[in-house]
Design a protein around this ligand. Structure first.
Ligand code: SDX
Length: 425
């Protein structure tokens, strides 16, 4: 393996150090390039650019590998509970019994939000998108829990993990005009959320273990994904030394986009549209291939996975099992299966390595659980929280940490004199 890359430019040769990661990924360090050559690199969408080194998550897009701190996603989804995975991503190791008990206790006893924060919900329109509520409420947490010193960091991390699920459930209750349900200290993280979502004062509510287990898997599968758009946003904002809540709120906004976390909502809308249109799948596959048609197959394709998304593989199986166990017959699942089968044989999709991604099946499970479509991206955010927090913490602990400030190549007007108003065309 070369320890340096050579770049020849304008008759000069430059030697750029090579960085090799623990999984033998190779990076060319261009930190000195501009200083030595005056040139920068350009990489639209950062498809070939590493923003940092990180020890949190490893993805091999060609082999469909995803590991959190070295643990394969398949094992974590099968054997772990979400608080364990959150601790792993944030602190680097699986918690021992005492650490897990302490973390669970902290998550339980910080689940309530300040009573004054409930008043913010009165200001949102009845049909406010829950992602708008979530990002606003998370930012407002910084006014209740200002960071005063390092000790507060762990407390603020727990507050964020514990209270965000409460805010999410309250956003749902607000949307359906039902009273907020307070967290119950006797319930697990997932059961507490489901109880706050679906219980009503008028009658007792028992959390179905099928739903609790399905939510646990969904949150684990969404917990981190290295430098995706929203995590890179959290790192960008965190690099200015903005507080944790402000940084995470920025990540929530980035996740909302339909090309990113908003895709799970778009998948269900797309499948429902195909079903309403008589289930003509070929019509929509052809629309997705037509360059003059803006329609895309949401839930397909990925910047990194050029093979199957391992999370989609797990969710594909989970969708069948959860719907069977709940006795739910959802025709969009059949449409999803047919769409997947047709697309995976179609040259356009095969040539471009477009496979189902994490968003393709998740919405079908959320819907079977009774979660409304516009809450799907909120569910993605609840899962991604520990990943965002882990990356924010890793960035802030970097002794060489600097504010992120990319360069650009200017392509606008060259110097010209001001034109008085009466002389303009
Ligand atoms: C997530 O980064 C992450 O890790 C994200 C995520 C995470 O956990 O954080 O995994 C979560 O965001 C999953 C992706 C959810 N988004 C969608 O399902 C939206 C639909 N997919 C696409 O828009 C697209 O595939 C992206 C955004 C996911 C990836 O975009 P890229 O890497 O920029 O690829 P591209 O848009 O340049 O597409 C390459 C080609 C193009 O055709 P050509 O110009 O080569 O002819 O593939 C085509 C695209 O038109 N294409 C699609 C398509 N996705 C790509 N054509 C039809 N339908 C699609 N879904």
């Amino acid at each position: 393996m070369d320890d340096a890359a050579k770049l020849s430019l304008n008759g000069q040769e430059y030697s750029l150090p090579v960085v090799v990661g623990s999984e033998n990924e190779v990076g060319v360090d261009i930190s000195r390039l501009r200083g030595e050559s005056g040139a920068i690199t350009l990489d639209s969408g950062y498809a070939n650019t590493g923003s940092c080194t990180s020890s949190i998550t490893f993805i091999d897009g060609e082999k469909g590998i995803l590991r959190y701190r070295g643990y394969p996603i398949e094992q974590l989804a099968e054997k772990a509970r979400f608080p364990e995975v959150a601790y792993l991503l944030i602190y680097g190791e699986l918690p021992n019994a005492a650490q897990l008990e302490g973390f669970r206790q902290a998550l339980t006893y910080h689940s309530m939000i300040h009573e004054d924060m409930k008043k913010f919900f009165e200001g949102f329109r009845h049909n406010a998108h829950p992602m708008a509520i979530l990002s606003a409420m998370v930012t407002s947490m910084s006014s209740y829990y200002p960071e005063t010193d390092e000790d507060d960091e762990d407390l603020n991390i727990v507050r964020l993990l514990a209270k965000t699920k409460t805010i999410a459930a309250y956003a749902y209750k607000k949307a359906i005009g039902q009273p907020f349900v307070y967290p119950q200290n006797s319930l697990s993280y997932c059961a507490n959320f489901l109880n706050m979502m679906f219980s009503v004062p008028a009658e007792p509510y028992e959390v179905d273990p099928i739903l609790e287990d399905a939510l646990n898997v969904l949150l684990i599968l969404h917990a981190d994904h290295e430098q995706n758009c929203s995590t890179s946003t959290v790192r960008m904002v965190g690099s200015s030394q903005a507080n944790l809540y402000a940084s995470i709120s920025a990540g929530i906004c980035a996740l909302w986009g339909p090309l990113h976390g908003g895709a799970n909502q778009k998948v269900i809308e797309m499948l429902s549209m195909i079903q309403a249109d008589g289930g003509d799948i070929d019509k929509y596959v052809n629309k997705a291939k037509d360059k003059d048609d803006p329609f895309r197959l949401f839930g397909f394709g990925h910047r990194v996975y050029k093979n199957f998304d391992p999370r989609a593989t797990i969710l594909r199986k989970a969708a069948t099992s959860v719907l069977d166990r709940l006795g739910v017959d959802d025709p969009t699942l059949d449409i999803a299966r047919q769409l997947e089968e047709i697309a995976l044989k179609d040259e356009y999709f095969v040539e471009r390595n477009l496979y189902p991604n994490v968003d393709f099946y998740s919405g079908i499970i959320y819907r079977a659980m009774g979660i409304p479509t516009d809450m799907f991206t909120v569910m993605f955010a609840l899962g991604r929280l520990p990943g965002w927090i882990g990356h924010w913490k890793e960035l802030r602990q970097d002794p060489k940490g600097r504010i992120n400030r990319p360069r650009q190549i200017y392509t606008g007007a060259v110097e010209r004199d001001f034109v008085p108003l009466d002389q303009r065309g």
